[in-house]
Design a protein around this ligand. Structure first.
Ligand code: AMP
Length: 309
């Protein structure tokens, strides 16, 4: 089913307790598209990069079934650049630099053949640009998922609230849910955030899994306890890509299927953190993905008392 993804396509410089990288390919839409491409193809991408962005990196996306016709290249400008440093526990990080560059004046031009998309994934980006994409589509998609971060809550709160009101699913982390709602309890936070408009709320809790809220129902998916976590960058976006990819592939927006999508997204994110940047997402096999999903199910399976007695 047709999936449209927008978000940052970027250069990232990362520092974790295990090492540092120079500028490598990153960005929310990069992780989302790669992750979704394991469930559904093509993934139609709308984003912007500068003249400094290598053709070889665009080719990597194309090789994964990502349609880059909507990727604008601004030859005289620089790509979005983000750098971050992780603390020892790898669950928290500090943003060192955010250079918007081309993102500062991004006008999301949507190719005609993307306009009637059924599923829309609004990856991390200025909320006014995310909203413009919704407004430019010919029909409202069946499901709109929005991912954002504290950066936009700090500098564009009003714009963000106006965008949140228009979407079906909001995906944020626990710190962001607390900031957005002003509530420490995630249950209270969820209630307040759902009152802002979205029908579903996902709260990502890093190595502690993810929560899905809908009306008065709650679902929890653990994160896989991994022996080695190398670099959590992009885990949230990879989760979101897996989530929307699964829904687009199955064309089913029921709560039960969204629960399965959360498990699939969690499995995809668990791969992402095993290597630096996008590396681990480049060569996955369907067998590996299915085996990992089975590990997730095993992690929380309990036999009914009547069977174990
Ligand atoms: P995640 O680790 O899933 O939260 O996402 C990390 C990715 O988000 C990196 O690849 C960054 O390039 C991208 N990113 C960081 N800050 C922003 C921002 N303000 N707007 C858009 N993308 C961003």
């Amino acid at each position: 089913m047709s999936l449209l993804v927008i978000g940052s396509v970027a250069f990232d410089a990362l520092e974790t307790p295990f090492g540092k990288t120079d500028k490598i390919i990153g960005g929310a839409a990069t992780y989302i598209s790669l992750s979704a491409s394991y469930s559904t193809k093509p993934v139609n991408l709308v984003a912007v990069v500068g003249g400094d962005f290598p053709q070889s990196d665009i080719q990597i996306l194309e090789n994964h079934g990502v349609n880059t016709e909507g990727l604008q290249i601004k030859p005289d400008e620089k790509s979005f650049f983000w750098s971050g440093k992780y603390n020892k526990d790898l669950n928290s990080r500090e943003t060192i630099t955010t250079e918007l560059n081309v993102l500062g004046s991004f006008d999301p031009i949507i190719p005609d053949n993307y306009l009637d998309c059924k599923y829309l994934m609004l990856g991390n980006l200025a909320p006014q640009v995310q909203r413009l994409v919704i407004q430019r589509l010919v029909n409202r998609p069946k499901l709109i998922v929005l991912d954002t971060m504290n950066f936009w809550m700090d500098i564009a709160a009003e714009e963000l609230l106006a965008t949140i009101e228009m979407v079906d699913v909001l995906s944020i982390n626990d710190e962001e849910a607390r900031q957005l709602s002003g509530e420490y309890s995630l249950v209270k936070a969820a209630r307040k955030i759902l009152a802002l408009g979205p029908k579903f709320l996902i709260i990502k809790k890093g190595e502690h899994g993810a929560l899905l809220f809908h009306k008065n129902k709650t679902f929890f998916a653990p994160a896989l306890p991994l022996e080695e976590v190398f670099d959590p960058t992009g885990a949230g976006d990879t989760f979101a890509g897996g989530f929307i990819g699964h829904i687009a592939a199955t064309d089913d927006c029921s709560f039960e299927n969204l629960k399965r999508a959360v498990i699939h997204g969690s499995a995809m994110a668990s791969f992402c953190v095993e290597k630096f940047g996008t590396e681990r997402l480049l060569n996955l096999t369907q067998e590996e993905i299915e085996a990992r999903e089975a590990q997730f199910e095993e992690l929380v399976r309990v036999q009914p008392a009547s069977v174990t007695a």
